[in-house]
Write a protein that binds this ligand. Structure first.
Ligand code: CP
Length: 310
């Protein structure tokens, strides 16, 4: 693949290869000196048309740790605000001869549109409610390191499934790797497309938790809701919040995950989020840097003329 636009369509061996590559970078990232030279001389552009803390900073750190020149374009400070179109922006970035472009955009499909217009690899950093592939990869790496083989695990994803690119990419990734995936949400936040996605659906969170190995909590994405269904935080927490009592319904040692940003006291209580034994939330962030290093490295191998990547 020239680009990383989504997890859909990747083979199990391709996902496992990226996770293996990322594992090597975790060790470097834990050293006091974190510099590698693999991407020396390359230019990476992070073009973010939507807000981000984790994804933007970890892509920037990932590129810099491997020696690339990294520049960030925030749409709010760019000529997008003067009316420049997405395609014209893409052509402009391409003319600067970037070696990789990382894009986040609020519209599903926008990243793929840009990928068709540029000469370098494009990495999807989240497009609308479509996909967020590096998030799914970092989640898989976190699960693998805590639980071992992902095949055969039961993973419950609870929250705003309808609007979540994280849920979609994780469903593709985890089912491709042989996990049993349960999704749980209020009926209005369960998309019809789940029927074709090889998952079990639940509206009762307590039932979904029974015997699960991993609980992945998601934020209500109010910014993607049209006002027809925005639950009150208090009511949502009562029915779908992960509390200490509720976590006891899951399997013994069930791992708690959240991609961030969290809304504490809504989808997850602070005592669960901050429980160092059960919660892998900060580890997910750490794995994010390693995964993004692996993705930038692997996708630029062809242009770097690495043997075997013609
Ligand atoms: N998980 C995630 O994508 O976080 P950011 O929106 O902060 O990048």
């Amino acid at each position: 693949h020239r680009h990383l636009l989504g997890i859909a369509g990747l083979q199990p061996w391709e996902i496992l290869f990226l996770l293996q590559e990322a594992g090597q970078w975790v060790d470097l990232n834990r050293k006091s000196s974190k510099h590698a030279s693999r991407l020396e001389g390359l230019t990476v552009i992070n073009a973010f048309f939507e807000n981000s803390t984790r994804t933007l900073l970890s892509f920037e750190i990932a590129g810099k740790r491997m020696g690339a020149d990294v520049v960030n374009m925030h749409a709010a400070h760019s000529s997008v605000k003067k009316g420049e179109t997405l395609i014209d922006t893409a052509v402009t970035l391409n003319a600067m001869r970037a070696d990789a472009i990382v894009i986040r955009h609020a519209s599903s499909g926008a990243v793929s549109l840009i990928a068709d217009k540029v000469d370098c690899p494009v990495l999807n950093a989240g497009d609308g409610s479509h996909e967020h592939p590096t998030q799914a990869l970092l989640d898989a790496l976190t699960i693998q390191r805590r639980k071992g083989d992902i095949s055969g695990l039961t993973v419950t994803i609870c929250g705003d499934i309808m609007h979540s690119r994280v849920a979609r990419s994780n469903i593709y990734c985890l089912t491709t790797l042989g996990a049993r995936v349960r999704v749980c949400a209020p009926p209005a936040l369960l998309p019809a497309a789940l029927d074709q996605m090889n998952v079990e659906t639940f509206t009762d969170f307590n039932a979904a938790l029974d015997g699960t190995d991993v609980v992945m909590m998601l934020r209500l994405q109010n910014e993607r809701m049209s006002g027809d269904f925005i639950p009150s935080p208090r009511e949502y927490h009562h029915l779908y919040g992960l509390t200490r009592d509720r976590l006891a319904l899951a399997g013994e040692d069930a791992l708690v995950m959240h991609p961030g940003p969290m809304n504490r006291g809504v989808e997850i209580s602070s005592d669960v989020a901050d429980d160092a034994d059960r919660s892998a939330i900060t580890e997910q962030v750490e794995m994010g840097v390693a995964v993004r290093m692996a993705c930038l490295d692997v996708l630029t191998r062809r242009s770097r003329k690495v043997e075997g990547w013609s």
